[in-house]
Design a protein around this ligand. Sequence first.
Ligand SMILES: C[S@@+](CC[C@H](N)C(=O)[O-])C[C@H]1O[C@@H](n2cnc3c(N)ncnc32)[C@H](O)[C@@H]1O
Length: 227
Amino acid sequence: MSEAVEKVTTWDSLEGEESMAEGHEPAWQSLIGYIGERDLSDKRILDFGCNRGGFLKALYARLPYHEALGVDIAEDSVAYANDHKGEIPCTYAHNRVLANEKNSFDLAFSHEVVYLLPDLVAHAREMRAVLKTGGAYYLAIGEYAENPLWERWKKTVAEFSPVPPQTYSLQDIAKAFQENGFGVSVRRMVCDKFLPYDASDDKYLLNPMELVDFMTRYMMLFKMTAV
Ligand SMILES: C[S@@+](CC[C@H](N)C(=O)[O-])C[C@H]1O[C@@H](n2cnc3c(N)ncnc32)[C@H](O)[C@@H]1O
């Protein structure tokens, strides 16, 4: 990563990150439902791009794990996550700590993160290095070239994000992982339930159909298995 984006305090504003966590909760629950491994009691877990730590809390509540690490470039968001983690066996840190984690994790997750990474191959290699052989990386993503909403959303993200958004295709993602030590599988991540909708908030969504389409058609879940 370049020096220019080395120091990031938060990814979005305080309000933006609060509202993102609320908006992502139904998707986190859906993602947890798709995990094949249902007994995580002896597993070490990584959440890449954890922001304020909500996913690992939600995961622990449903599938208690042995230990987890959440990493993010946003230093204040990580500090918030640590201050609010409660009693769960989990630590949050800047992602530079991954340099010291080799063959460390049984499972890894990222939810809505890889479109912010400048180098998919570097990400695939880093995730392969930190995962044990046979471990899996569940990569959930809704922001990619084939999603017709992305062109508009990318402009919104570019206005506030300290790291520029990228447009990758699903094939770009699959290739980067397949060529760097992973077996790739993929499915839609369908979140077909009542979804909170705020008609006064047009940051991303202009009507309820966009929300429903996004959550039932465009969210994709890759399972990358470390070979
Ligand atoms: C859209 S948010 C998603 C946060 C969280 N995964 C969720 O589901 O709510 C993207 C997150 O990725 C983080 N991020 C961006 N670039 C990153 C990088 N190179 N390494 C680690 N985290 C990164 C941002 O700081 C932000 O917290």
